[in-house]
Design a protein around this ligand. Structure first.
Ligand SMILES: O=C(O)COP(=O)(O)O
Ligand SMILES: [Mg+2]
Length: 226
């Protein structure tokens, strides 16, 4: 097997337990010859800044696939999906106290503080016909279109880069990385990953957080896969 690029999640994957950037993981990523794409549930400017500070070229998937850019000097593209998320949010807010995260910057989905009953929210959503779902990343709970995810984002971005999604190895830690694992050529979950991502992973590292990403890249290198 030989892969042409890597797509890596940010929170829980290239961070430490308290969410600071994991410097050894950054060093490892910086040493790679293949292109590295960052994929996050977070907002576009956060993803682009992280890419810049790591020393990458700005190819990012943000808002769980709702926003992508291929290079720093090119405009981002945004999906038209916020309206349906807002309708679902208003409906849920009748019964639950919800707090939005970064609403000013978030263009395609809604992220919420993880301080409400997700089971209840999902049960309430089921009674309606909104085209949305809720995903828990362990950092936030997102209300997002069922048509958008990091996997769809990767397919779009890969084609802008002249690649296929299968050319990528994906590294991640939680449920919002699952579709990206499914469309990529090989998925690696870091040790702190949740049940869902470990289930769909081809390989799970022993180490957690950024140390897990260093281990993942060393595993790929030792096999000659990148
Ligand atoms: O924004 C979140 O909820 C988590 O972000 P991540 O996809 O980088 O882990
Ligand atoms: Mg994550």
């Amino acid at each position: 097997m030989k892969f042409k690029a890597i797509v890596v999640d940010i929170d829980g994957t290239i961070t430490c337990e308290k969410r600071e950037l994991h410097l050894e993981a950054v060093k490892k990523i910086r040493s790679l010859k293949v292109p590295v794409v960052l994929a996050t549930g977070n907002i576009l400017c956060y993803a682009r800044t992280t890419s810049k500070l790591i020393g990458l070229d700005g190819a990012v998937i943000a808002e769980n696939g709702g926003a992508i850019t291929v290079r720093f000097d090119l405009q981002g593209t945004f999906e038209e999906s916020l309206e349906e998320c807002e309708k679902a949010y208003s409906f849920l807010s009748e019964n639950l106290k919800l707090t939005k995260l970064d609403p000013f910057y978030r263009k395609t989905e809604i992220a919420l503080r993880r301080d409400f009953d997700l089971k209840k929210a999902r049960a309430l959503l089921k009674t309606q016909n909104f085209d949305v779902e809720m995903v828990d990343t362990k950092y936030a709970i997102h209300i997002k279109s069922i048509k958008i995810n990091k996997g769809v984002g990767l397919q779009k971005l890969a084609s802008l880069m002249g690649l296929e999604a299968e050319d990528f190895v994906a590294i991640g830690d939680s449920a919002n990385d699952a579709e990206m694992f499914e469309v990529s050529g090989f998925g690696i979950a870091v040790g702190n990953g949740d049940e869902k991502i470990k289930q769909v992973a081809n390989y799970v590292t022993e180490a957690s957080f950024g140390d897990g990403t260093v281990e993942a890249i060393e595993f790929l290198e030792s096999n000659g896969w990148i």
